[in-house]
Design a protein around this ligand. Structure first.
Ligand SMILES: C[S@@+](CC[C@H](N)C(=O)[O-])C[C@H]1O[C@@H](n2cnc3c(N)ncnc32)[C@H](O)[C@@H]1O
Length: 388
C-alpha cells in the first residue's frame, strides 16, 4: 500500500485508518484537502446526522434491507459507518476515483469486518451511478463532494429508486449564498441575493437545482431535512418517480423577495417568473417546506444516538424546533433592533414576538436568526415602544 503518514481514529461505532492530519497543516490548522486522501473530522456531524436521517427514513417508510450508494467515499468512513450503524442495511456501494482512496476504503471495510456488506470500486462517480441505475437502483444515494454536487445530480436521480432518498452535500456555500452571484447563475441557473436571509436563499437554490433535474425526468422531490452547518449545506429529499408528483413539485418553485424599508419578505410562486412582479428577487428557487415536520419530530429525533458529538445532537434539536415554524424566510435581530441603537439578544426578540401571540422559533441558519409569521415592521415598533 502507498506510504504516507496515517493514523487510526474512532468515529461513531467504527475505527478507521485515515491520513494523519497533523502532517498536513496550513497556517496552524489541519487542511483535509491537502492530505493524499480526504478526511475531515468536522464532518462527523454530517455523517452522524445522515445516520439518524436514514434510520428515520427506514422506519418512516417501513423499509427493510436498504441499499446505499456513496460514489465519492474518500477514506470510506461514511460507507463503513453506514454499513455498521444503519438499521437493516443489506448493501453499501463505496467508490472513489483516487487509487489511494480506493485502497483506504478496502482497508477500512476489511478492518471493520464489513466485506459482506460494502463493495468498493475505483471509478468515476457518474459511471458508478449509471451502473447502479442499470442494476435496479439503490434506496439511498449520498453525494458528498468537494464543492458543488451539480455534476452528479442528474445521474444520482437515475440511481435512486422510486421513493428513495437522495442526500446531497454542497460546500460551495459562498457561491449559493450570494458571494459570487454570476458563478451561481452559471452553476445553478439561479440568481442569489445578499438578503439578510441569504443562507436560506442558498439552500433553496440548491434544492431548486435538484428539483429542476428531477422535473426534466418527470420526477418529483420532497425535502425531508435540509440544514446548514458552518461550511456546508446538506439536503435529504425523497424522490418520487411519478408525473403527477412532478407537477406538484413545479408548484414549489418560485422566487424570494425582500423589502429593506418594511422588512417584508416572502416567496412568490411561479416558474418561470410571473411577468407582473416588480421587486428585487432571488431565484428561481425552492419555495416549499425545507423539512417534513412529522418526519423530524417522530423519526429523526428518535434516531439521534448518545454517541453522536454534542454538535450533531444540538443541530438535531435546533432543526426540530425550526421545522415547526412557518415557511417564511428567517429574520435577524439586527433588522428588528435597527432603530434601537443597540442589538437585542435573540431570546429577548423571541420572547417579545411570542407574547404578541405569533409563532416564532430560533433559526439554525444564523446565530442572530429567528423565524416568525409576525409582521416585522410591527415587531420593530413594539421593541421601540417597550424600550422607551
Ligand atoms: C469530500 S471527499 C468525500 C468525503 C467522504 N464522503 C467522507 O464522508 O469522508 C470527495 C471525494 O470525491 C473524490 N472524487 C472527486 N471527483 C470524483 C469523481 N469524478 N468520481 C469519483 N470520485 C471523485 C475525491 O477523490 C474525494 O475523495
Amino acid at each position: 500500500m502507498d506510504d504516507y503518514p496515517k493514523t487510526e481514529v474512532r468515529e461513531g461505532l467504527v475505527s478507521v485508518i485515515v491520513p494523519d492530519l497533523t502532517k498536513y497543516v496550513v497556517g496552524n490548522r489541519p487542511e483535509p484537502a491537502h492530505a493524499p486522501v480526504f478526511y475531515n473530522p468536522r464532518m462527523e456531524v454530517n455523517r452522524s446526522l445522515s445516520i439518524a436521517i436514514i434510520n428515520g427514513y427506514t422506519s418512516y417508510l417501513n423499509k427493510s434491507g436498504i441499499t446505499v450508494c456513496e460514489p465519492l467515499s474518500g477514506t470510506g468512513v461514511r460507507a463503513v459507518r453506514y454499513a455498521k450503524e444503519l438499521n437493516d442495511v443489506s448493501r453499501v456501494v463505496a467508490n472513489d476515483i483516487s487509487e489511494k482512496a480506493y485502497e483506504l476504503i478496502r482497508l477500512n471495510v476489511s478492518k471493520n469486518g464489513l466485506s459482506d456488506v460494502v463493495t468498493a470500486y475505483k471509478d468515476d462517480a457518474n459511471n458508478i451511478l449509471l451502473r447502479v441505475a442499470r442494476e435496479g437502483g439503490c434506496d439511498i444515494v449520498d453525494i458528498d463532494p468537494f464543492g458543488s454536487p451539480q455534476p452528479f445530480i442528474e445521474n444520482s436521480l437515475r440511481a435512486v429508486k422510486d421513493g428513495g432518498l437522495l442526500c446531497v452535500t454542497a460546500t460551495d456555500v459562498g457561491v449559493l449564498a450570494g458571494k459570487y452571484p454570476l458563478k451561481c447563475v452559471r452553476r445553478y441557473g439561479s440568481l442569489p441575493q445578499k438578503f439578510p436571509f441569504r443562507f436560506e436563499v442558498g439552500i433553496r437554490i440548491l434544492i431548486y437545482l435538484i428539483a429542476r433535474y428531477a422535473l426534466s425526468m418527470d420526477y418529483g422531490i420532497q425535502p425531508l431535512v435540509s440544514f446548514l452547518d458552518g461550511h456546508y449545506y446538506r439536503v435529504c429529499a425523497l424522490v418520487i418517480k411519478d408525473r403527477a408528483y412532478a407537477v406538484e413539485t413545479l408548484r414549489n418553485l418560485g422566487y424570494a423577495y425582500y423589502r429593506p424599508r418594511t422588512l417584508a419578505r416572502g416567496f412568490i410562486q411561479g416558474f418561470p417568473l410571473p411577468d407582473t412582479v416588480r421587486l428585487r428577487l432571488a431565484g428561481p428557487l425552492w419555495i416549499g417546506r425545507l423539512w417534513d415536520p412529522e418526519f423530524i419530530t417522530n423519526y429523526l429525533v428518535r434516531n439521534a444516538r448518545d454517541y453522536f458529538s454534542d454538535r450533531a445532537k444540538e443541530l438535531i434539536e435546533l432543526i426540530r424546533d425550526e421545522s415547526l415554524a412557518p415557511n417564511v424566510p428567517y429574520a435577524l435581530t439586527t433588522e428588528v433592533s435597527r432603530d434601537l441603537g443597540r442589538e437585542l439578544p435573540v431570546k429577548d426578540v423571541i420572547n417579545i414576538i411570542g407574547k404578541l401571540g405569533y409563532q416564532v422559533s430560533r433559526s439554525h441558519f444564523h446565530i442572530k436568526g429567528f423565524r416568525t409569521d409576525a409582521d416585522l415592521a410591527r415587531v420593530k415598533d413594539v421593541i421601540m415602544e417597550i424600550s422607551k
